[in-house]
Design a protein around this ligand. Structure first.
Ligand code: WQD
Length: 339
């Protein structure tokens, strides 16, 4: 019998890639997704990659009745909890929507987990909990700053809630840096709804002619080329980190009931470096201009990966060129579908 892993938000960008990695690692992933920020056709993409169609339940994690029913029919070994809203700008506009979905959703999930004696959870956290770090590269024991957005606040609250439940719940908080790219098959990838907030989907849509041009949000920052620096990580590497985390929970290898890991490559890249690398590896030009700074942007952040490399035993394998090649292949596959 394969161990069953519940993946909430399993049709999302990171969730769908993690479903594939969990299956390939010998687990049986079961998906819960309310389709508020994803598409049922992602399931076809997952099936095309692994030749297996995971079981899916379409409901909201706020629905404790449906959650309870699911835990009655399946013995779940661990939960990977992705289901949350994640647009920083949108969270400023609609804070209640973010607190309800991201915080109440986690609380509801934990309530039903405790009732059903499910004690293992991997939580999707974020480097946004660090704000503008005083020390770079940033490590897990860096002081957290007041969140710069309701989105970041919901991630900080999520970690506090899990820490406060460590007496019955073993949790792994994975602080993602900037997930980009797509599965090499180009069968699944990032599906931003509407105008993309994030750099890479806006960039690939600009190259495809779906957007006029990419605006670089400021080139007068205190960085070598004046543009902001981020730790971009391939979404498949990120998915693999979740498999390591699930295995750590199931083998009871945790040193403490609440553990935090930075999931990054440890390498920072500026916006202009990303643009130049994209043009080099894909043989295309990126139409772009320099514009005003975007409020709330952190100037530079990249991960100290010593803990995740040595304790979790995970190392990012793909570099920026791999990420940008796969991102472009995915966009081209989307373009061909939409023709
Ligand atoms: C990256 C850089 C922008 C768009 C994201 C997620 C957040 C968290 C961390 C998971 C910045 C610049 C962007 C554009 C630009 N992930 N940019 N033009 O803000 O680092 O945060 O990753 O939790 O949820 O939102 O990512 O891709 O928006 O920006 O110049 O059109 O690209 O200024 O320097 P960010 P991003």
């Amino acid at each position: 019998m394969k161990e069953k892993i519940l993946v909430t938000g399993g049709l999302g960008f990171i969730g769908s890639h993690t479903v594939i990695s969990l299956f390939e690692a010998g687990f049986e992933p079961i998906i819960v997704d309310n389709l508020s920020n994803s598409n049922i056709y992602v399931l076809d993409g997952i099936e095309a990659v692994i030749g297996y169609r995971p079981e899916i339940h379409v409901f909201d994690v706020l629905d404790h009745v449906k959650l309870n029913e699911l835990f009655k029919i399946h013995t779940i070994s661990a939960i990977v909890h992705f289901a949350a809203f994640k647009a920083v700008g949108e969270s400023v506009q609609f804070p209640i929507k973010y607190y309800k979905n991201n915080v109440s959703g986690l609380v509801t999930l934990l309530e039903v987990m405790e009732k059903n004696e499910i004690q293992n959870i991997v939580f999707s956290s974020s480097c946004t909990v660090y704000g503008e770090p005083d020390i770079i590269p940033v490590s897990e024991n860096n002081k957290l700053k007041p969140a710069e957005s309701p989105y970041g606040a919901t991630k900080q609250m999520g970690e506090i809630i899990l820490k406060d439940n460590a007496h019955w719940c073993q949790s792994q908080c994975l602080r993602y840096f900037n997930p980009i790219g797509a599965h090499s098959s180009a069968k699944i990838g990032e599906l931003p709804l509407g105008v993309p907030n994030n750099l890479i989907p806006f960039l690939t849509q600009s190259v495809s002619g779906l957007r006029d041009e990419l605006t670089v949000y400021g080139n007068d920052y205190d960085t070598p080329d004046g543009t902001c620096i981020r730790d971009y990580i391939h979404v498949v590497d990120l998915a693999e980190a979740h498999v390591h985390s699930v295995k750590r929970l199931l083998k009871h290898q945790q040193l403490t009931a609440f553990e935090v890991f930075n999931i990054g490559t440890g390498t920072g890249s500026s916006v202009l470096e990303v643009i130049n690398t994209f043009e080099k590896v894909n043989g295309v030009s990126v139409p772009h201009k320099i514009g005003e700074r975007r409020s709330g942007d952190v100037v530079k952040v990249w991960a100290n990966t010593e803990k995740v490399n040595t304790v979790l035993g995970w190392v990012a394998k793909k570099n920026l060129e791999d990420m940008l090649k796969d991102a472009w292949n995915w966009q081209k596959s989307l373009n061909s579908i939409s023709k």
